[in-house]
Design a protein around this ligand. Structure first.
Ligand SMILES: [Zn+2]
Length: 363
């Protein structure tokens, strides 16, 4: 049964992930503040400026001169975003921009951005990495929501009922939501890649550090704030547990629609193999904060083509708008820069290489 969507969305909008325009405003404000700092010196109280900027934004957005707002938020002197690597993800990317990325040039380029291509042979086995412990309470599951970029399954997170610990993490992290990224066709769709291999989709289970932070919103902006488990989806046999979720998708076809989804344990969407890679990275949607400890599962889970096709029936757009299919909702790969990807497992291929002399001869 569908709840009172309007009311729930008002609540949700105030609680949930940073919205695209927060990124626009922040980026623009940073530009102006940097400029004013250069003129006035760093001792000024720029909170006042932030208030002025917010007001100006609100006025421009509400006025008939929306084009003025667009010019206002995209300064022409900013360089193009230099973050895309030459990979399958980039080559096959749907170039039509989603509104989420309108302001992407304004986000300062960081050194720990996500997603990345994981080069198996460059990852470093770390014997100190503990096994990851996952403990989810199915009753904390709340609802499924089309947020206009993906669909999110959200969880009650006021207590430590659904948490992960261990692995590369020092604290307990609470489950906030999970969502997926996928492609227009099965040949691509994942955000991370392994040795440049794209998977058709990728699951992200998003957790926040409830030991160090008061709430998800604060944690999402700070180092060690979030831990995201990434699971690749590959084409194969029908996934029975995923189907329960897929069956709700017709109810949330349009942006900003939501349906209750009680009692679901997302650990059923994880592979049996405990092996993972881990590295320090960022959110893959604005504001792209470098707050995420990524835990990428080595083993993908299998789903069938029809289940992925159901993902593709969702829309980026609201009811009444010109329909735009929700596909290719992934961010292009980012440079690894000065980071190391650690693995919780020994590298089989290295061992094979040493054991198999013919491989050495071939080299
Ligand atoms: Zn994601």
């Amino acid at each position: 049964m569908k709840p009172d969507v309007g009311l729930d969305l008002m609540t949700l909008r105030s609680q949930l992930e940073p919205k695209p325009r927060v990124g626009c405003l922040t980026g623009c404000a940073i530009q102006v503040i940097t400029f004013l700092q250069a003129i006035w010196g760093p001792e000024q109280d720029f909170r006042l400026i932030m208030v002025v900027m917010s007001s100006l934004r609100a006025i421009l957005q509400a006025s008939p001169c929306r084009s003025l707002w667009r010019r206002f938020q995209i300064p022409t002197f900013m360089p193009a975003r230099p973050c895309s690597l030459y990979t399958c993800t980039y080559k096959t990317r749907n170039r039509a921009l989603h509104p989420l990325w309108e302001s992407v040039d304004l986000v300062p380029v960081g050194e720990r951005q996500s997603p990345i291509n994981i080069r198996w042979r460059d990852s470093v086995f770390d014997p100190a990495l503990k096994p990851l412990t996952v403990s989810y309470d199915p009753t904390t599951c709340l609802h499924v929501w089309n947020n206009g970029y993906s669909f999110l399954v959200e969880f009650e997170d006021s207590t430590d009922k659904s948490v992960i610990k261990g692995g590369p993490l020092e604290d307990n992290y609470r489950l906030k939501q999970f969502h997926f990224h996928w492609g227009a066709i099965d040949a691509w769709g994942s955000e991370h890649t392994v040795d440049s291999k794209c998977y058709p989709a990728e699951l992200h289970l998003v957790h926040w550090n409830a030991v160090k932070f008061e709430n998800f919103e604060d944690a999402a902006l700070e180092e060690h704030g979030l831990a995201v488990i990434g699971v690749f989806l590959k084409l194969g046999k029908h996934h029975q547990e995923l189907q329960k979720l897929v069956d709700t998708l017709p109810s949330i076809k349009h942006k900003d629609t939501l349906v209750e989804f009680g009692s679901f344990d997302p650990s059923c969407l994880m592979p049996a193999c405990p092996d993972y890679w881990t590295y320090s990275g960022s959110l893959t949607t604005p504001p792209l904060s470098e707050s995420v400890t990524w835990i990428i599962k080595k083993q993908p889970v299998e789903v069938d083509h029809d289940q992925l096709e159901q993902f593709r029936t969702l829309l980026f757009t609201s009811e009444g708008e010109k329909e735009k299919r929700m596909v290719d909702n992934f961010r292009p790969l980012q440079p690894l820069m000065n980071r190391t990807v650690r693995s919780s497992f020994r590298h089989d291929y290295v061992l094979n290489y040493k054991r198999n002399p013919s491989l050495q001869l071939a080299k």
